[in-house]
Design a protein around this ligand. Structure first.
Ligand code: ADP
Length: 320
């Protein structure tokens, strides 16, 4: 079978460059304890807060059949401008159309007087960012496991004309079986005609492709996700993003100059180095395709675990 077929067996800091957004707004009131979807006559019981993003708060909820979900809550106060509404509608339109085992599944959306709610598949193991913080870095077999699933999801999105534009460890969630689930389609774009180019500068500083920043006249397309995948692979294995420095301006300078290195004290396979270098090519047209990435020796000449045990949370799993 195609290696890009779904692999699963059964997140977050957001910013909009050039400068990360400031969160100066007052804390909105909590959504009700019982959230009601009037049109479907369904109640959701609010449990704890799972996390907060740029404009949403996400709670764990359960329905009357005790099924658990993540519920993304956006206050209507934050949707007063036409721009904010358009952005949320775009996120909903794109996310609800996607169905893939490595993409957070979109259940439903509804509203009450105060908020708009989106019920999503619950990812009880947090994001790959949370996991990396605990583990500091991953072994190459673990990186292959996460990457194969991410590549499958990304290939699916691209064949459905969707560019995610904010792929990063904080937006890669983990289900109960440690499978990757791509989430947060808040910056995603739909390519509506072949060859269409996107011009909006968006993404997260560490993961943003050079053409988004420095080829604004020409615009960008699907290859921006490939770049982010290269940054993700480096970050999984090394433990910090390649272009990371003290401030956003110098991160952008390093991205422009393709300035990053592999720490000398670490043993990193030549296959991993070469694949990262190949993906992090300045010219988007020269970057490998997602198929080429999966066919790379990094994947074909190393262990790709079929699953990761839950002990992965705190220790290197044993793959034999
Ligand atoms: P925003 O679009 O406002 O940035 P996100 O979709 O990134 O919001 O969600 C914010 C946070 O909520 C995430 O970082 C994560 O901690 C949590 N979260 C989001 N979706 C889920 C989910 N499906 N399962 C579990 N936690 C989630």
């Amino acid at each position: 079978g195609s290696p890009l077929k779904p692999q699963a067996q059964e997140k977050k800091q957001q910013a909009s460059p050039p400068l990360p957004r400031q969160n100066s707004k007052a804390v909105p009131p909590s959504p009700p304890k019982v959230i009601t979807d009037k049109t479907r006559q369904q109640d959701f019981f609010r449990l704890h807060l799972l996390g907060e993003g740029g404009f949403a708060r996400v709670y764990q909820v359960h329905d009357s059949q005790k099924r658990h979900w993540a519920c993304k809550v956006v206050t209507k106060d934050s949707l007063k401008t036409k721009k904010a509404k358009t952005k949320l509608y775009a996120e909903i339109k794109i996310h609800r159309a996607l169905e893939h085992p490595n993409i957070v599944s979109f259940q439903d959306c509804f509203e009450d007087d105060e908020n708009v709610y989106m019920t999503l598949e619950l990812c009880p193991n947090g994001s790959l960012m949370d996991l990396l913080r605990r583990r500091r870095r991953f072994t190459e077999p673990e990186a292959r496991f996460f990457m194969v699933q991410l590549l499958g999801a990304c290939h699916y999105m691209h064949t459905h004309q969707v560019i995610h534009r904010d792929l990063k460890l904080g937006n890669l969630f983990l289900d109960a079986n440690m499978n990757v689930k791509v989430g947060d389609f808040g910056l995603a774009a739909l390519i509506e005609s072949p060859g269409e180019r996107k011009k909006t500068i968006c993404g997260t500083p560490n993961y943003i492709a050079p053409e988004v920043l420095f080829d604004t006249a020409n615009g960008h397309s699907f290859e921006v996700d490939t770049w982010s995948i290269g940054v993700i692979l480096y970050t999984l294995i090394i433990g910090k993003p390649p272009f990371q420095t003290k401030d956003v301006k110098s991160i952008y300078k390093r991205i422009r100059d393709n300035e990053y290195e592999f720490p000398a004290e670490r043993e990193i396979s030549v296959q991993a180095r070469e694949l990262i270098q190949h993906i992090l090519t300045q010219d988007p047209q020269q970057r490998p395709t997602l198929h080429e990435i999966l066919d790379d020796e990094f994947f074909t000449h190393g262990i790709v675990p079929s699953h990761l045990p839950n002990t992965t949370h705190n220790a290197v799993p044993d793959f034999r």
